[in-house]
Design a protein around this ligand. Structure first.
Ligand SMILES: [Zn+2]
Ligand SMILES: [Zn+2]
Length: 314
C-alpha cells in the first residue's frame, strides 16, 4: 500500500471569481502534512464546502501576491485563530512576501490578535521568503522553487516525495507485530525473531516510488519551466488563455492552453491538470481542453481541466 497523496482543488478560476470557479487554491495532503497552495479570496469557505478542516493546514505556499492568489489569507488566519489552531504555521512565498504579508494581513492581526505567541497570540505565523532551489527538506519529501515571469516576484513549486522503503502496515497488523525497535530491523529487510517466530523483513517491505507534483501558476512561457517540471507525476498549470491569444498571454504574463501542454510534453509529465482559466472560458472549458489535447496528440499524457472541489489521489 503506497501512502496516498490527496489533492483537493478548492479554487480553479483566475482574477475574477465566477459562479462555477473560485480564486486559485489547491490543497495537498500526505500523512500529517497538509499544504495549501495559494489562497484566493473565499478559500476558507471552499474548505467548508469540501468538508475539510482548515485547522489541519501545516504550510502555505504562495506563488505571488496578486489578489486572486492571496486575498483569502487574512480571513483564513482569523478563523484558524478563533478555532484554536495551535503550533506554527509557515507561509512560504517569493521575495517581498514578509512586507506584502504585513501590509495586507497585519491590520487585522493587530486588531484581532497578534502575530506571535510571544505577544499573546495562540499560534505563531512565520513568513519565509524563498529563493530558487530546494528550500524545505523533510524525511518524506522536499519542496523546491523556481522564479517565473509575471511582472512581480513569482514562484512555481515542486513537491517531491522521496523513494522510501516502507513496511506494509496491514501485514504488520495481521502478524500482530508489536511496535518495538525490531520494526527498524524489518524495514532494513532483516529477519528478526518475535515470540519464537522468524519474520523476514523483505516480505513485509515495499518500495514507495518517487512522486512529484509541480504547481505552476501565473507566468509567461519560459524555457526553464519544462526542466523544472521534469518527470512530474502531476503538473498543475495555469492556462488562462486560449492558444489563439498567445500575444495577449505573453503580454500579460500568462500561459495559453498550448503553452501548458508544451511544458508538459517537454517535461514528460504523466498528467496535466489545467486551472486558472479566464472567466471567458468558464462555461466553455472545452476550448482550453481541446487545444491542450491537440498539442498532446501522440503522447500518453493525460490532460483535464480542474473544476472546483475536484479530488485526486496519487
Ligand atoms: Zn492569477
Ligand atoms: Zn497574477
Amino acid at each position: 500500500m503506497v501512502e496516498k497523496i490527496k489533492l483537493n482543488f478548492l479554487g480553479t478560476g483566475s482574477s475574477i471569481p465566477t459562479e462555477r470557479r473560485n480564486h486559485p487554491a489547491v490543497l495537498m495532503r500526505y500523512k500529517d502534512e497538509v499544504i495549501l497552495m495559494d489562497c484566493g479570496e473565499g478559500t476558507q469557505r471552499q474548505f467548508r464546502k469540501a468538508k475539510l478542516n482548515p485547522c489541519r493546514i501545516t504550510k502555505i505556499l504562495i506563488t505571488h501576491w496578486h489578489g486572486d492568489h492571496v486575498l483569502g489569507l487574512a480571513g483564513l488566519l482569523q478563523t484558524l485563530n478563533l478555532n484554536g489552531y495551535n503550533g506554527e504555521l509557515v507561509i512560504y512565498g517569493p521575495k517581498g512576501s514578509k512586507n506584502e504579508f504585513k501590509n495586507m494581513v497585519s491590520p487585522y492581526l493587530g486588531f484581532y490578535w497578534n502575530v506571535s505567541k510571544k505577544s499573546g497570540n495562540k499560534f505563531d505565523i512565520v513568513v519565509k521568503e524563498v529563493e530558487e532551489g530546494v528550500f524545505l527538506d523533510k524525511e518524506d519529501f522536499f519542496i523546491e522553487a523556481i522564479k517565473v515571469e509575471h511582472g512581480c516576484p513569482d514562484l512555481a513549486y515542486s513537491i517531491v516525495f522521496k523513494e522510501k522503503k516502507r513496511l506494509d502496515k496491514e501485514k504488520l497488523e495481521k502478524l500482530k507485530i508489536p511496535n518495538s525497535p525490531l520494526i527498524g530491523e524489518l524495514v532494513k529487510g532483516k529477519t528478526v525473531e518475535i515470540d519464537g517466530k522468524k519474520i523476514d523483513g523483505k516480505k513485509l517491505s515495499y518500495i514507495e516510488p518517487i512522486r512529484k507534483i509541480t504547481f505552476l501558476m501565473d507566468t509567461r512561457y519560459i524555457e526553464s519551466l519544462a526542466k523544472f517540471a521534469k518527470d512530474s507525476d502531476l503538473l498543475i498549470s495555469e492556462a488562462t488563455h486560449s492558444a489563439e491569444e498567445q500575444e495577449l498571454a505573453t503580454e500579460h504574463g500568462h500561459l495559453t492552453s498550448e503553452d501548458a501542454a508544451n511544458i508538459a510534453k517537454k517535461a514528460k509529465v504523466k498528467k496535466l491538470i489545467l486551472m486558472h482559466l479566464s472567466q471567458r472560458y468558464d462555461a466553455i472549458p472545452k476550448v482550453i481542453l481541446g487545444e491542450a489535447k491537440e498539442s498532446l496528440k501522440g503522447t500518453k499524457i493525460e490532460v483535464s481541466v480542474a473544476e472546483d472541489f475536484d479530488e485526486l489521489e496519487l
